[in-house]
Design a protein around this ligand. Structure first.
Ligand SMILES: *Cc1c(COP(=O)(O)O)cnc(C)c1O
Length: 355
């Protein structure tokens, strides 16, 4: 798709706020990307325009039936001033998989990357440079046909918004406390668990808020049929280190295929560390804990990159992992990935892409 992306600049640029005041996902840049779809025309009118509210008809399909998809990636500022993306082709491919599952028209993956690059380029001055900070990129699609009947929409809007974000860990990498959810479930095979689509997250809020009330940071989801096998954490994939081996649940349709997960598996294997992708029972994790062989647990995702798990609560059992401290593998992975993403370290994989 060699469509030309038009640019309409805003009249007055805002001054990006100081990074310490940013937090996550509440501040947005001067511009956004918008493109429309009609079944008779395909995707058309790609444009970067001043950031502004969208005009939405109250009968637009997504307001009622949740036909939406999204992606999440980051742009990092290198020490020499360059702006780098991390594996955006993987986001493009996953976006199409999500769209396919949700009956939304696919998009040329190269165009997806071009649209991301163009939008970031226009608001390049918003990419913060302090260690750990980044510009979070949120591409998404909403179904906009004005119709209350239940069917795949014939109209869509694809939008990209940008949000400068503070360092996830302001005082060093910090382990989380995780509640293993045994009542509610996130996804089942045949459902939409492998798609980044709104409903998956709406459905997870109940368990999340219950866990938060009990003082936990996140929930660990178990399989939706027997609540026996480990799936993932909130918006992160999960890894365990048992007896020197790294184990992560295999992708079987109900788990979101994380790009950080994929990167971590490749890096570990390159380091000569054994990684098993397979089904793993929470019982196996608990037994390893009791035998003293559960050495580490951590989550992986674009927001935190690596999030060590300091505590897992499963029914009556409280597992304090590695004395509640970040483990060696988790810490090493975090430093390595941040180094790659910010161009501080040489990239033998060809994963970083300059804007
Ligand atoms: C986005 C997401 C992840 C992590 O994916 P990354 O590509 O590594 O950011 C994991 N689980 C869920 C449910 C997610 O939405």
């Amino acid at each position: 798709m060699d469509k030309k992306i038009t640019v309409e600049m805003c009249e007055e640029r805002k001054t990006p706020p100081s990074v310490e005041d940013l937090g996550f996902g509440r501040t947005f840049t001067d511009h956004m990307f918008v493109m429309d779809y009609e079944s008779e025309r395909g995707w058309f009118d790609p444009r970067v325009v001043p950031y502004s509210p969208l005009e939405i008809d109250p009968a637009a399909a997504f307001c009622h039936y949740g036909q939406t998809t999204f992606e999440g990636l980051k742009a990092y500022r290198a020490e020499d001033g360059r702006v780098l993306l991390f594996r955006p082709d993987m986001n493009a491919a996953r976006f199409n998989n999500s769209n396919e599952r949700m009956c939304i028209s696919r998009m040329d993956p190269e165009f997806f990357v071009r649209a991301v690059k163009k939008t970031v380029e226009v608001d390049k001055n918003w990419v913060p440079s302090r260690p750990g900070t980044s510009l979070y990129i949120r591409p998404f699609t909403i179904a906009t046909e004005i119709y209350l009947g239940l069917k795949p929409s014939s109209r869509y809007k694809f939008v990209i918004i940008l949000s400068p974000v503070a360092a996830y860990y302001s005082q060093g990498i910090k382990p989380t406390r995780i509640y293993v959810e045994t009542d509610y479930v996130r996804a089942i095979k045949g459902g939409t668990g492998m798609a980044k689509t709104g409903g998956n997250y709406a459905g997870s809020l109940k368990a999340q808020s219950r866990a938060a009330e009990m003082g936990y940071d996140e929930v660990l989801w178990l399989d939706g049929v027997d609540r026996e096998f480990v799936e993932e954490v909130g918006a992160m994939n999960v890894f365990f280190k048992i007896d020197g081996k790294i184990i992560t649940p295999s992708l079987e349709g109900s788990i979101l295929p994380g790009i950080t997960r994929d990167s971590v598996i490749k890096i570990l294997r390159n380091w000569g560390i054994k990684v098993e992708e397979r089904r793993i029972k929470i019982q196996e994790v608990a037994e390893a804990y009791q035998q003293g062989s559960l050495e580490e647990a951590f989550g992986t995702g674009t927001a935190a990159i690596i999030s060590p798990i300091g505590e897992l609560k499963w029914n009556e059992m409280e597992m304090k992992i590695n004395g509640g401290e970040a483990g060696e593998v988790a810490s090493k992975l975090y430093d390595y990935l941040i180094g790659l993403q910010t161009g501080r370290r040489e990239d033998p994989y060809g994963w970083t892409v300059e804007v």
